[in-house]
Design a protein around this ligand. Structure first.
Ligand code: SF4
Ligand code: SF4
Length: 370
């Protein structure tokens, strides 16, 4: 970590109006999951806006305490929903992170993620190729973009999705993708590296003749739906598995359980997918569906995103434990979600709390019930 110093802030240069528009009203604080566990003003969204502005104006130096505040954010976007002035807090956070990284202010854990990804194509640094059924097919109409977490850490999610696509009779193959780039983009790594990953993925998808790409990871889906189109035109359709299933609702076997659903931020607040997973869950015969108090646009973050889990694992776990407690208060048997990274972090929260609730990805349950 360099010595404290005033830094050049090229990425934040265009955001002056955005920062100046913040009235410091503090409404955003009430929904920030990291402020909720830390209780530090600087950690709340308006604290981050003030710090980013201070760095931009060279009023304050970058140092370890500033780095800590700016990186204690899951980029969940909940503050933006609450902001009466419509401040793009996540744009400010991600831009000032780029400036910090450009000036060598970076956590060792984040640098390790970047190094592993640049060397191996995945943020886990896995060098052993993991392949799945239908991965060696030459061409198909539908391509399943597995994503690094499901491929290397949650084969049950990958296998369930493959099994569902088989049962639905889809003409599909499993893509041999590289990381979508979300992980490194969220922590402030330059866009050029993200664009290289994008080019590799798009070339591979086009070579396979794929007309529609389906996703189980909310983060990968958001990259293809919202970020990649900023850089290039996509000549294929982009669908999350919850959209696919809601459109072609399969007949499901009964399940005598009480179920609740956690909206992943990248699927919900970023992409507006709220009704599709609920339509699927409500179609399960004999299952009782119950909403947590904070649901859809107001859903609390699982705590895992934006690099928080790698740099501040205790905060990430505590946020997850609080979300799991909300599900348990309903006396639900199952907490389902639609993102392998949310399953990972919510499971850490469950362990921390010693909770009993069953945490799974929605596709794992649907596959068992078809
Ligand atoms: S970001 Fe929005 S909600 Fe938060 S203090 Fe500024 S104006 Fe208020
Ligand atoms: S994006 Fe989420 S974690 Fe980050 S400041 Fe806003 S509410 Fe807090």
């Amino acid at each position: 970590m360099p010595q404290a110093k005033k830094i050049e802030t090229k990425s934040t240069w265009d955001l002056e109006k955005e920062m100046m528009t913040c009235t410091y009203c503090g409404f955003c604080k009430s929904v920030c999951p990291v402020f909720d566990v830390s209780n530090w003003e600087g950690v709340g969204p308006r604290g981050k806006v003030i710090l980013a502005y201070g760095l931009r104006e060279k009023e304050i130096p970058a140092d370890e305490s500033v780095l800590e505040r700016i990186y204690q954010c899951t980029t969940c976007k909940n503050c933006e929903r609450r902001c009466p002035s419509d401040i793009k807090v996540v744009d400010i956070v991600e831009s000032i992170r780029k400036d910090l990284v450009a000036n060598d202010f970076m956590y060792a854990s984040h640098r390790a993620v970047v190094d592993k990804l640049l060397q191996t194509g995945n943020p886990y640094g896995e060098t052993k190729k993991v392949t799945y059924r239908h991965q060696d097919k030459k061409k198909a109409k539908v391509g399943y973009f597995v994503g690094c977490t499901a491929r290397y850490r949650f084969p049950s999610i990958t296998n369930s999705t493959i099994s569902i696509l088989e049962k639905l009779g889809e003409d599909f193959l499993v893509l041999d993708e590289v990381c979508c780039g979300s992980t490194i983009q969220r922590i402030g790594w330059p866009d050029d590296a993200v664009k290289k990953l994008l080019e590799k993925n798009i070339k591979h998808i086009e070579e396979k003749g794929v007309e529609k790409v389906v996703f189980t990871c909310a983060g990968c889906y958001k990259m293809f739906k919202k970020v990649y189109p900023k850089y290039t035109k996509l000549n294929f359709e982009v669908k999350h598995m919850t959209e696919e299933l809601a459109e072609n609702l399969p007949k499901l076997k009964p399940l005598r359980k009480k179920i609740t659903y956690h909206d992943p931020c990248h699927l919900g607040r970023y992409c507006g997918i709220y009704d599709e997973p609920r339509k699927i869950l409500k179609s399960i015969p004999e299952a009782e569906f119950a909403e947590m108090e904070q649901n859809k646009a107001t859903a609390m973050c699982c705590g895992g995103g934006g690099g928080l889990r790698s740099a501040f694992p205790e905060y990430a776990k505590e946020i997850a434990a609080r979300r799991v407690a909300q599900a348990e208060s309903l006396k639900a048997d199952m907490l389902l979600t639609s993102c392998p990274f949310c399953v990972t972090n919510l499971s850490s929260g469950k362990d921390k709390k010693g909770a009993k609730i069953d945490i799974k990805d929605l596709v794992e349950v649907v596959d068992q019930l078809i």
